[in-house]
Ligand binder design. Structure first.
Ligand SMILES: [Zn+2]
Length: 144
């Protein structure tokens, strides 16, 4: 079953329904602005999202009981807005998808990984303050 996420356009307020597995650069159906693209995906969508995405993907592996994970959640939401059209942010709850952390060799959370063309280009273990998070993303996108 195809999961979707409703994303509200920041320019005109239109609510757009986007498939989690959409491969391109999601734009508003009304005003065609780039939409911030942050979705929670299930473990069985993970491989398909990485291999189909034309945008670089920032993967956040998190769990509800993890304090540092909760502290970076608003930073990632702000990043998805500011980097609309440049990156997609994908959150995976490792309690619900332990196979994803096992397959990626992840030992602790939060772990963030940036994939470009389905290949991991950078990994950050542990939370970062907002400015350091952006610096890490910028450097990963430059090398991607
Ligand atoms: Zn719009």
């Amino acid at each position: 079953m195809t999961q979707t996420t409703v994303v509200q356009c920041r320019e005109c307020g239109t609510k757009n329904r986007i498939a989690n597995l959409a491969s391109g650069r999601p734009r508003c159906s009304t005003c065609h602005s780039d939409l911030p693209w942050l979705v929670n995906i299930a473990g069985d969508e993970f491989a398909a999202v990485l291999s189909s995405s034309k945008l670089p993907v920032l993967v956040d592996l998190w769990a509800p009981w993890c304090g540092p994970c909760r502290s970076i959640a608003p930073l990632l939401e702000a990043l998805a807005v500011d980097y609309a059209g440049k990156i997609r942010v994908v959150k995976v709850n490792v309690d619900e998808a332990p196979e994803v952390s096992a397959n990626c060799g992840v030992q602790g959370i939060p772990t963030m990984m940036i994939y470009s063309g389905g290949v991991e280009v950078s990994r950050q273990v542990g939370a970062l303050p907002g400015n350091a998070l952006r610096a890490w993303v910028d450097s990963a996108l430059t090398s991607a």
